[in-house]
Write a protein that binds this ligand. Structure first.
Ligand SMILES: NC(=O)c1ccc[n+]([C@@H]2O[C@H](COP(=O)([O-])OP(=O)(O)OC[C@H]3O[C@@H](n4cnc5c(N)ncnc54)[C@H](OP(=O)(O)O)[C@@H]3O)[C@@H](O)[C@H]2O)c1
Length: 236
């Protein structure tokens, strides 16, 4: 099948890095399903990309809702017949700025894991059977250098733990589904100017999205089970 007909589902596509990933995948010739938890924001994002001449559609998706995940994946699979690419981009940084271990409440850990780990996990559970049926899949998990065990330090504990766990999920999925031509990788976009990254971040969403676009369109003999920044492997 040509890359032009591949279907990509991106979570949190209404703004920030997710929006730019949708843009770059559409530019690359994929049919993109831009998802967002807020329908008005998601539709506005799709409209802006249509005005740039890209082909894509909106579907509502809240990654903290099992029901929303199931409904979204079922609707896309039925309408489009397949889902070739899943980009787990949606995420939250719920730790208060500068927060240390004793500052963060259990609720913060739970909320963070719900969005940053259980969201991608449940999406993978729903999408992988569709990918397996077509013997093709690319899953890209938006992780963070803050989740690297090799660099682990103090601060933002809930966020760090959620991204380390997402990295573990990446390795498990890669090991289980590589033989089905489903390649699963994690990436760090770098510190990027978005709602989450803030104004002082040095990188643009365009720079951040490039590695996601690359991993989403890997050839069959491409890497799986890796952690990348700027298209280069980094330590776990
Ligand atoms: N920016 C950085 O410096 C940086 C660095 C390392 C890693 N990352 C990772 O890169 C990814 C994108 O980050 P970003 O900087 O673009 O963040 P952002 O500007 O805060 O955007 C986050 C996106 O996730 C969506 N989202 C949050 N909770 C959701 C939910 N329950 N269901 C569906 N969508 C949800 C948001 O939707 P709403 O608009 O509705 O809130 C928004 O579209 C995240 O996974 C983040 O952890 C970012």
């Amino acid at each position: 099948m040509s890359a032009a007909k591949r279907i990509a589902l991106v979570s949190g596509g209404n703004r920030g890095i997710g929006y730019e990933i949708c843009r770059q995948l559409a530019k690359h010739g994929l049919f993109v399903v831009l998802t967002a938890r807020d329908a008005a924001k998601g539709k506005a994002a799709v409209k802006a990309l249509h005005q740039e001449g890209f082909e894509l559609e909106f579907h509502r998706l809240d990654v903290t809702s099992c029901r929303s995940i199931r409904a979204c994946v079922a609707a896309v699979a039925e309408r489009r017949g397949r889902i070739d690419v899943l980009v787990n981009n949606a995420g939250i940084l719920a730790d208060l700025r500068g927060s240390r271990f004793l500052d963060s409440k259990l609720e913060t850990y739970r909320d963070t894991l719900e969005a940053n780990l259980f969201g991608p996990l449940q999406l993978a559970q729903a999408v992988i059977p569709v990918m397996k049926a077509h013997r093709y899949g690319r899953i890209v998990n938006l992780s963070s250098g803050l989740g690297q065990l090799s660099e682990m330090g103090a601060g933002t504990p809930a966020y760090r733990i959620s991204k380390t766990a997402l990295n573990a999920l990446t390795r498990i999925l890669s090991a289980e589904f590589k033989d089905n031509n489903i390649l699963v990788n994690a990436m760090c976009p770098g510190w990027t100017r978005t709602g989450m990254g803030g104004e002082s971040a040095p990188r643009t969403p365009e720079q951040a999205a490039d590695t996601a676009q690359w991993l989403a369109t890997l050839p069959d003999d491409g890497p799986s089970g890796g952690f990348f920044r700027d298209r280069k492997a980094i330590s776990w």
